[in-house]
Design a protein around this ligand. Structure first.
Ligand SMILES: NC(=O)c1ccc[n+]([C@@H]2O[C@H](COP(=O)([O-])OP(=O)(O)OC[C@H]3O[C@@H](n4cnc5c(N)ncnc54)[C@H](O)[C@@H]3O)[C@@H](O)[C@H]2O)c1
Length: 274
């Protein structure tokens, strides 16, 4: 993707009310793109949209729960009605969850899979046919995580959802190459980025210690602006794998490769966290 050539084009970002999505929206707008912002929180969406409009950017803000296929269809209808085409679709909305597998409340488990995995599917389902009907080049990037290749106990719902996003995105890459060659597909695998993701989790007695650990980890992480810059750098280089912390990714990928190729049990490479 040529970043010099994005003026007047359109970016759609889910989870745009906070953190990585908010920063991606700001950088897309700074590149001259129209930005279509989607988030389940109308209040967060209003704040981000108002800030961008005050800076003179063209913004469409559509309150959207990505777990609801009909709402994501309505988002796509609104974006195409407003702007006519989409050059960047960023399926990014996500949330965290902690706890041993058997401790996670059933509704929390379903919500995490629904937002993190089904939300990405809904974005693809609603936008890809229209992007595919447009001969102009375009790009889909799905926010996964280093958690999409790591094994992190007591973060099982999140890990399961993100391993799903990883698989979905690799399948989608091959499907687009075969059917819509003008659409490039990338996966974004951030590590620690200082957002509110662990502030928003439900903390139970059993998960309080882990919540404290991860909140500290994240607070000391990369800024969302730097993560968004890593994303646009990766897009400009045409990368499939876009990383915020390549060294973390390589360490975790090496462990995963060993477990699979040598058929080890998970404890053989486990270091206390992943
Ligand atoms: N922060 C990190 O260290 C980190 C690391 C790896 C991956 N990620 C991923 O990055 C993505 C963005 O997370 P973030 O860290 O910026 O967190 P964040 O909490 O700051 O932002 C996530 C946004 O998603 C929105 N959202 C939640 N449920 C939604 C739904 N059903 N529909 C629409 N929007 C919804 C929230 O309201 C919020 O504004 C997530 O997919 C997350 O898993 C983050």
């Amino acid at each position: 993707m040529n970043l010099e050539d994005l003026t007047g084009r359109t970016a759609v970002i889910t989870g745009a009310g906070s953190g990585i999505g908010e920063s991606v929206a700001r950088q897309a707008a700074a590149l001259g793109m129209n930005v279509a912002l989607a988030d389940v929180s109308p209040a967060r969406l209003d704040t981000v949209a108002a800030g961008l409009r005050a800076d003179g950017h063209t913004v469409l803000a559509v309150p959207t729960d990505v777990t609801d296929a009909a709402q994501v269809d309505a988002l796509a209808d609104a974006v195409y009605a407003a702007f006519g085409s989409v050059t960047l679709l960023h399926n990014n909305a996500g949330l965290e969850s902690l706890g041993n597998t058997w401790e996670v409340p059933a509704d929390e488990w379903r919500r995490v899979i629904d937002v993190n995995l089904n939300g990405v599917f809904h974005g693809v389902r609603s936008f890809l046919p229209r992007m595919g009907a447009d001969p102009q080049p375009s790009h889909v990037v799905n926010t996964c995580s280093v958690g999409g290749i790591a094994i992190t106990p007591r973060m099982t719902a999140y890990a399961a959802s993100k391993h799903g996003v990883q698989a979905l995105t690799e399948c989608l890459y091959l499907e687009c190459a075969a059917t819509f060659p003008q659409i490039r597909v990338s996966v974004f695998n951030p590590a620690r980025v200082a957002t509110r993701i662990f502030e928003d989790i439900d903390v139970h007695d059993e998960t309080a210690a882990d919540a404290g650990y991860w909140r500290e980890e994240i607070r000391g992480g990369m800024s969302p602006g730097s993560a968004a810059k890593a994303l646009f750098d990766g897009l400009s280089r045409g990368e499939f794998w876009i990383l915020s912390h390549p060294e973390d990714f390589e360490r975790l990928a090496a462990k995963r490769a060993r477990v699979l190729s040598e058929r080890l049990t998970p404890d053989a490479v486990f270091d206390g966290r992943n």
